[in-house]
Ligand binder design. Structure first.
Ligand SMILES: [Cu+2]
Length: 248
């Protein structure tokens, strides 16, 4: 009986009263723990958002700084790379211009030459060639004493011709023709078969004209007299391609 009392009074001991433990622990610690957990979560979330916000903004700010720095670093580098490329191109052009005088020095004239060549205008005359034969279309032309403006036309369809006036007859013409042939060995081109300007007996000479070409120029004959004109293309003078200019 007595043992029931202590046992019955067992509930008086809080440690043995499971009901008390459950109610007392649950009712007293439940609300504070939840509040702490929620608060911790809230603080954690806020901290996380702040970390992301600041971290993101700082990250962007940090990345934005190097970006403006990189473009300037690339742009100054690109233009110098292009400019050195353009400079060599400009250097190539003068080299080509240098090769042009070299061809002129080879002895192929492109303009009329000779000591009788003058500027201005004179008595106009026109001399052509035959279409197929190695002859001029005029074997004698008469002009008054004074400047003469000649238009020479190569009317041939397949042969080069020129017009060369000499001070003298066949002897001088032959020597001038030989001087022209010698230029072929220098130029290695039939277009170079033109007597040099300082050839003795030469008055004026046109460049070698291709079929269909013509040239107009003015020259001053030394005075009244008869002057022989010839074509100095290889073989043409000896074939009879010549005529006379009579200055009255
Ligand atoms: Cu000819």
């Amino acid at each position: 009986m007595s043992w029931r009392a202590p046992q019955g009074g067992g509930p008086r001991i809080p440690g043995f009263d499971s009901t008390d433990n459950v109610f007392s622990g649950g009712s007293a610690g439940g609300p504070p723990l939840l509040s702490l957990i929620v608060a911790a979560l809230a603080v954690g979330l806020v901290g996380l958002f702040l970390a992301i916000a600041f971290g993101g903004s700082m990250g962007q700010g940090t990345a934005a700084v190097p970006q403006p720095t990189q473009p300037p670093a690339v742009l100054p580098t690109a233009p110098p790379a292009v400019q050195p490329t353009a400079a060599p191109a400009a250097t190539t052009a003068p080299a080509q211009a240098t090769s042009t005088p070299a061809r002129g020095a080879a002895g192929i004239p492109t303009e009329p030459l000779g000591p009788a060549l003058v500027s201005g205008t004179g008595t106009p005359i026109e001399i052509g060639t035959d279409v197929a034969l190695l002859i001029f279309n005029k074997d004698q032309v008469r002009v008054p004493n004074g400047p003469v403006t000649l238009t020479f036309k190569n009317l041939a369809t397949a042969v080069q011709h020129n017009w060369v006036l000499v001070q003298g007859g066949d002897d001088v013409a032959s020597a001038v023709n030989d001087a022209a042939q010698a230029q072929v060995r220098v130029t290695r081109d039939s277009a170079g078969s033109v007597p040099p300007a300082d050839t003795p007996g030469l008055l004026v000479a046109t460049p070698m004209l291709n079929p269909g070409e013509e040239v107009t120029f003015t020259f001053q004959p030394p005075g009244s007299g008869t002057y022989e004109f010839i074509c100095t293309f290889p073989g043409h003078y000896v074939a009879g391609m010549k005529g006379v200019l009579v200055v009255e």
